[in-house]
Design a protein around this ligand. Sequence first.
Ligand code: ZN
Length: 225
Amino acid sequence: MKRERALTLIELLTVVVIVLLLLAIMLPVVLYFRKNAQKTHCINNLRQIGTAIQLYRADFGGAFPSRLSLLMSYIKTDEILVCPTEPAGNGLSAIEQVPTNYVSILCDLSDASASINTSDRNVQAAQLLMELDANHGVLVCILHGRRVDDSYMYNGNGPALGSHEGLILRLQADTSVVPVQVFYDTILGPGNTRSLSGWYVFSNVRPCPEAIRRLQPLMLNCPNE
Ligand SMILES: [Zn+2]
């Protein structure tokens, strides 16, 4: 009877090396497709939020909702308020009162569009944004950029603008979603901290207007050029 030959050590090692090589080649490809799928999912989320905001504005004389929780009757599920790149359990925003990791300027836009509290520098900045840029940003997902500062992450309010830079996703007033290139920079304001310029995150107007520079709003700040 013919005895089956076992694999020699060298043959076994060769197989192991080939399998490891294949994994090394496949991993970046798998990660690339996963990242792209997550981005597409996020763009869909942002578009649905945009549509809900438009429905809300139609019901409330054009005013923006002051927070995402006001959109609950206009959306099917609050799952669309969280980017799929976000690890489960993180990024719950206390400010928005619903699970979300999207950074919004809804609060300022709401007061500005309803002409409330016009002495507030943040509201004045939002009014300027709406005047100068009809299709301004409303909400952004910064998680598709590059993480630059962990200290900004998950301080109880979800990711902050200072945590990432690079190509981020922006939902605009007309419900379009566009990629925006933003850079971590020193910003004006109390403490001159390093962060993203909120004006460049939410507006297409370059350079940052002098009026905004003077106002030093909290969210729509200019970079320290
Ligand atoms: Zn996202």
